[in-house]
Write a protein that binds this ligand. Structure first.
Ligand code: MN
Length: 296
C-alpha cells in the first residue's frame, strides 16, 4: 500500500476493456460481454463478468423472450435494469419481477436452477430493453452456502446528489458519503449507479487496495492522469490510490464497481465458477442428477 489514510493518492487507469461483438442469451438478451474472468480474473476480482444487454427496442410480442431453465453455482448474479422488465423464477422458491431502477441480487452459492424472461406486460407492449448482468464471485468458504435472493427496488436504493449539480450516486451496495446500499454482500464491495453531468470535474473516494472498475454505459469521461472511457467500455484502475478523478465530457451513465479482491484460484465452466476442476466436475454431476433443484 502506497497511501496512508491521511494522504491523498489518485488512481491511474490501467487499461480499458471493450467488446463490440454482440451475442444473444436465449432470445431476449442481446448482450455484449464487456469483461470476463477468462481475461484478467485476478485483476477484476471479486467481479467475474459483465454482460451489457441493449439498449434495444423490442416490438410487441406474445412470445416469451428470454432464457429458460439453467443452473448456476459458486457466485452471485446481479441484474440491474435501466429500461424494460425482467421476470425471474428459481428452484429455491425465489423469484420476482424487476423494472427500471430495480436490482435483483441472486446468490447462487451451492446451486440453483432458474429462468430469466422479459416481463409479460412489457413483452406485450414492446419497448426499450436495457440492463446489465454482473457476476460477483464468492470466497471458497461461501461457495456451497444456501442460495439467497434479494429483490432491491428503486425506492430502496439511496441516491446521493453530488455538489454543484455534478450528478447523482445511487448506492446499490456498500456506501457513499454516509448513504448505505441495501444489498447484502459476502465480501466488502461498492456498487454505485452514477449519473454525471457534462463539463464537471468529479472526485470519487475508493478504498486503497480494492479493485476499481468504471463501466460507462452511455457518455464519456477523461481520467485524471491520462486515458478515457467511452460508451460500453470498462476502465480498470491500478490497485493503489484512494481517489478516482474524472472530467466528464458528455452526460454519463456508469457503474462504479469496487471490491476487496478474493485471492483464490478461479476455475469456471459455463454457469459454474469454482476454485478447482474437481469442483466443476462435481457441479456438473450435481446439476445432472437434479441436486440443484428444478422449476415447478
Ligand atoms: Mn442465469
Amino acid at each position: 500500500m502506497s497511501a496512508s489514510d491521511s494522504s491523498r493518492s489518485v488512481r491511474s487507469l490501467a487499461h480499458v476493456h471493450r467488446n463490440t461483438e454482440q451475442h444473444w442469451v436465449g432470445d431476449g438478451f442481446p448482450v455484449r460481454t464487456l469483461f470476463a474472468y477468462s481475461d484478467g480474473g485476478a485483476e477484476l476480482s471479486p467481479f467475474l463478468l459483465f454482460d451489457y444487454a441493449g439498449p434495444r427496442d423490442f416490438p410487441p410480442t406474445t412470445r416469451r423472450l428470454g432464457v429458460g431453465e439453467h443452473p448456476h453455482r459458486g457466485f452471485e448474479t446481479v441484474t440491474i435494469v435501466y429500461d424494460g422488465v425482467v421476470e425471474h423464477r428459481d428452484s429455491s422458491g425465489g423469484g420476482g419481477r424487476i423494472g427500471p431502477g430495480d436490482v435483483q441480487w441472486m446468490t447462487a452459492a451451492s446451486g440453483i436452477v432458474h429462468e430469466e424472461f422479459h416481463g409479460r406486460d412489457f413483452a406485450r407492449d414492446g419497448g426499450r430493453f436495457h440492463m446489465v448482468q454482473l457476476w460477483v464471485n464468492l470466497p471458497a468458504k461461501d461457495k456451497m452456502k444456501s442460495p439467497r435472493y434479494q429483490s432491491i427496488l428503486d425506492a430502496d436504493i439511496p441516491a446521493v446528489d453530488l455538489p454543484d449539480g455534478r450528478g447523482t450516486v445511487r448506492v446499490i451496495a456498500g456506501a457513499f458519503d454516509g448513504a448505505i446500499g441495501p444489498a447484502q454482500t459476502f465480501t466488502p464491495m461498492d456498487v454505485w449507479d452514477v449519473r454525471l453531468r457534462a463539463g464537471h470535474h468529479v472526485e470519487l473516494p475508493v478504498p486503497d487496495g480494492h479493485t476499481v472498475l468504471l463501466a460507462v454505459l452511455d457518455g464519456a469521461v477523461h481520467v485524471d492522469g491520462g486515458g478515457a472511457i467511452g460508451p460500453a467500455e470498462v476502465g480498470v484502475f491500478e490497485r493503489t490510490g484512494n481517489f478516482v478523478i474524472l472530467d466528464v465530457e458528455h452526460d454519463t451513465t456508469a457503474l462504479v464497481l469496487s471490491g476487496d479482491p478474493i485471492d483464490e484460484p478461479i476455475v469456471g465452466h459455463g454457469p459454474f465458477v469454482m476454485n478447482t476442476v474437481d469442483e466443476i466436475r462435481q457441479a456438473l454431476a450435481d446439476y445432472r442428477s437434479g441436486r440443484m433443484g428444478h422449476l415447478g
